[in-house]
Design a protein around this ligand. Sequence first.
Ligand SMILES: C[S@@+](CC[C@H](N)C(=O)[O-])C[C@H]1O[C@@H](n2cnc3c(N)ncnc32)[C@H](O)[C@@H]1O
Length: 477
Amino acid sequence: MWSDVVKKKNVWENRSQSSPGDELELPKYFRTARQLAFFLLEAYRTQDQFVADSLQQWSRRIELSSQDRRLAMEISIGVIRRQLTLDTLIASQLTRPREKVEPALWTLLQTGVYQLVMLDQIPDHAAVSETVELAGKVGRERWKKLVNAILRAVSRLQTTDEASVPQANAVPLSEQRFRCLTTDLFPDPTVDQAGYLSRAYSYPRSVIEDWLSRYEWERLLSIAQWFNQRNPLYLRANLLQNSRDELLQELQSAGIAVGPGAEPQSIRLETAVPLDALVGFDAGKFTIQDESAMAAGNLLSPQPEEMVWDLCAAPGTKTTHLAELMFNRGTIIATDVSADRLDKIEQNASRLGLTCIQTQLINTPGATLPEQQFDAILVDAPCSNSGVLGKRPEARWRLDNTSLAELQKIQRGLLETAFQRLKPEGRLVYSTCSFDPRENGELLQSVLTQFPERKIVQENHHLPGEPSDGGYQALVR
Ligand SMILES: C[S@@+](CC[C@H](N)C(=O)[O-])C[C@H]1O[C@@H](n2cnc3c(N)ncnc32)[C@H](O)[C@@H]1O
């Protein structure tokens, strides 16, 4: 899967380890949101397991209302995103060094502090008492005293005052809304911009320094905030099943707040809606896809009867878009290195009623690359995911130059292979969900020096939040 190509790195890896035999036992059933959140975070810390994967693995053990399930997701994803801010708050109230605190206890403190500081809807007394109680429920009575003391101390750090601009005592809550603390916990943003952004918005300092070299302060504040908040989701209407207007009307009649997006097929969901409330999904009327990703298919604009190669295709969100644009006529060879994820392309194609897609596993012994020449090729390369850090909470902690160098090698190899299979009059789209020029335009330009007959004819640069995910696409002829 895509994550195989990115060096796995656990941000907690330097912490002291629990003593042998001291492991927490996984509950038979998860019956509270906070308990589930805690174990999701522990699975991430100890096994480097993504929250979404643990949820899938434990689905039979989860006995929660959809509201509690959402709270568990909010806390676990929020803690992964905002851990540097939470750690700063916790460490400021501890008298002993962090290494002397059991790692699982630290996780529990993070969940409590997240509820105290970041969740307006949870009263402080509930955040404290529920977290203390959870310590007992996971069999760690001895943690209760410290949890109670630290959470109460963090609660006292908060004031009811809010600021509208960054300052050393201000925790960002939403765009131009900051919670003031009684003391300056973060670096002064007028003196150390990178230090403030890194600590208060929770990003590795090296990432912030890189962004600061490319973007002005105000824009960077918007980007840093955008990745930390809940943002609108987009649907792609399957135009072979219904027009966008028909789908808009159907969703509106079901009481769902929606509006048309900027791409011809896109629909913006104005509020968060559980998937099972979205009428028409099983019937193949739409796919969940960000608007900036839809732009890739539209840029390639494959035509009916063409021979198309989608080189990095799984799980097929873009492949199925290409098939819809071709009115399901012609051939799309959809290749990937992940067999499990290739199955997902077939499931998606079947749900959407698309039959022109042929999947093929590549890079395994005996498997070969497609032999023929293509009219159109999509290279949707594995990348740093820097444009989708909000949707992939773990990704911000994996952004570093070593991973980038590995990814660039793969991206270069994929592009070279693709250009060799492109008909002379053919067209290729290179796309990533990153807004880092080093794996976008700069990389493509350097590959094109080997193919001087090819030229970039259009580039889309999507900055995060303007208006949706960050990403890049280039059309080459
Ligand atoms: C950005 S994801 C593709 C998402 C997909 N296009 C979609 O829209 O659903 C990148 C994909 O590249 C695949 N991949 C990684 N290395 C590859 C390689 N050397 N050749 C082909 N695919 C590769 C990964 O398995 C992953 O599925």
